[in-house]
Design a protein around this ligand. Structure first.
Ligand SMILES: *Cc1c(COP(=O)(O)O)cnc(C)c1O
Length: 462
């Protein structure tokens, strides 16, 4: 199979191509199958050359090189991979990613992706209705939540007629995601254009301070272009009080964006949807199926209460394309031009799971977090967790230096046992953070992890 044509033959089935794809798939399956034998975080190793040789390589050489890169890759399918919001990839979404590359359609315009553009429109509409947005809501897929959040804020600004008002302000909580700071910089807002509202003891935005801040802005004659509420904060999974914030946004005539990159998927199950109650009051919502649902990266949607606002903010007329048969071209609804058909893996992945499979993913993640929380010694630890599947903790009465030492030692000790956790800085202290979204993590592993964390405190006290 060594000679490989650079493009698939249009005239008949190419056996070289088929063998190559089969071999590459087999290699991937072996990588999954051996996940448990190695650490989630492999040590750095030699890589193949990064650049093309004078002569192109044959199929076997390509596969060998691929293997080397795979051996050095982070392994999300390891049961001890608990550090971040990066779960194992859903199986159907892997196949869909391959097909997506093969189809090479472009979600820029309908004529370059007729079936897929329609699928994107329908699936965004479905997500919008699950999140209680009204008729007329819709959305667009973007390559990641960072881009969805930026798209939301640009849409908000345009919709409020504030495009030329550079002293406009975005209000969000201290615990909101870093992508909002990026968005405000890209949008050219003033350095104080992102104002942070403190959180309460549960990590939720304090609405009393939000009200004061809105009053302050009115006094300063600075317009608020959006309030961003977070449904699932990055360190502890807190959910801001969406209904109360929505009410203030309405009274104040501003836009409510809900950053639901972590939490919005909980609206998909009847049994967990009350966690994000009030999401339907939002003007826009970011959803990241690439996180807990495990759709292969990237998979993010921006949903908008009135979908026509996206085209109003981003439409250019796209003069070199035939008009779209339904609604707007995908490329007229956001920042990206050419876009891969990321919707394909989301669609196929959700179809594979079914509503029951989606529910178990969400429910089991919550159960794992509850189990870990029960294991932890809350006399010795400050445990920071919300209603979702994330948990962070630090020793009680720690200071900056001691929490840094403790978390570094504990992370290494756990890595030696092939358990990977992260150590975010939160409220001035290093924490150990676990995201319990990995379906391979057993109860025994959770109990052992809890014991290791408890022991690390007992030890550092000596
Ligand atoms: C992950 C995350 C984002 C950013 O999403 P990316 O896909 O990493 O760009 C935004 N907000 C929150 C709350 C997140 O957890």
């Amino acid at each position: 199979m060594d000679r490989l044509a650079p493009f698939a033959s249009p005239d008949g089935l190419d056996p070289q191509l088929q063998t190559f794809l089969e071999e590459a798939s087999a290699q991937l399956c072996r990588w999954f199958g051996s996940a448990n034998q190695r650490s989630p975080l492999p040590s750095l190793r030699l890589l193949p050359h990064a650049f093309p040789e004078t002569e192109g390589l044959g199929a076997q050489h390509l596969l060998d090189d691929l293997q080397q890169v795979m051996d050095g890759a982070y392994q999300p399918s390891h049961p001890g991979a608990l550090a971040h919001l990066d779960p194992p990839p859903n199986t159907a979404s892997i196949a869909a990613e391959l097909i997506c590359a093969g189809l090479n359609n472009n979600l820029l315009a309908e004529e370059l992706s007729p079936s897929l553009s329609q699928l994107e429109r329908q699936l965004c509409g479905w997500f919008a209705s699950r999140l209680d947005l009204p008729e007329g809501a819709g959305g667009v897929a973007a390559s990641g939540g960072t881009l969805s959040n930026l798209t939301a804020l640009v849409t908000a600004r345009h919709s409020l007629g504030l495009d030329a008002v550079s002293n406009a302000v975005v209000l969000t909580s201290d615990d909101a995601h870093v992508s909002l700071a990026k968005a405000c910089r890209v949008m050219g807002l003033h350095a104080d254009g992102l104002r942070r509202i403190p959180v309460d003891g549960h990590g939720c935005l304090r609405v009393d301070v939000l009200q004061q801040e809105l009053n302050n802005l009115a006094t300063e004659q600075r317009p608020c272009l959006a309030i961003v509420a977070t449904a699932g904060t990055t360190v502890r999974g807190a959910i801001d009080p969406l209904r109360a914030i929505a009410k203030m946004a309405k009274t104040h005539g501003t836009w409510l964006h809900v950053d639901g990159a972590i939490g919005a998927v909980f609206a998909l199950s009847e049994k967990t949807r009350s966690l994000v109650d009030g999401s339907g009051e939002a003007d826009s919502i970011t959803v990241n199926p690439q996180k807990l649902l495990g759709i292969a990266k990237t998979s993010s949607l921006l949903l908008v209460r009135d979908v026509s606002k996206l085209e109003a903010a981003f439409g250019t007329g796209l003069p070199y394309m035939e008009p779209a048969a339904f609604g707007a071209h995908g490329g007229e609804m956001g920042l990206q031009g050419s876009r891969p058909a990321e919707i394909l893996k989301l669609w196929l992945g959700l179809r594979q799971l079914g509503m029951e499979g989606i529910h178990s993913l969400l429910f089991n993640a919550l159960a794992r977090r509850e189990r870990l929380q029960r294991c932890l010694d809350d006399q010795a630890l400050d445990v920071r967790s919300g209603p979702l599947h994330l948990l962070s903790c630090a020793p009680k009465n720690a200071d900056c230096d001691s929490s840094e030492r403790w978390s570094a030692q504990l992370r290494q000790r756990l890595l030696d046992e092939q358990i990977m956790v992260s150590r975010p800085q939160y409220q001035g202290l290093h924490h150990i953070k676990m995201v319990l979204g990995n379906p391979h993590t057993s109860n025994a592993l959770i109990d052992h992890l809890g014991m290791c964390i408890n022991q690390s405190i007992a030890r550092s006290e000596h």
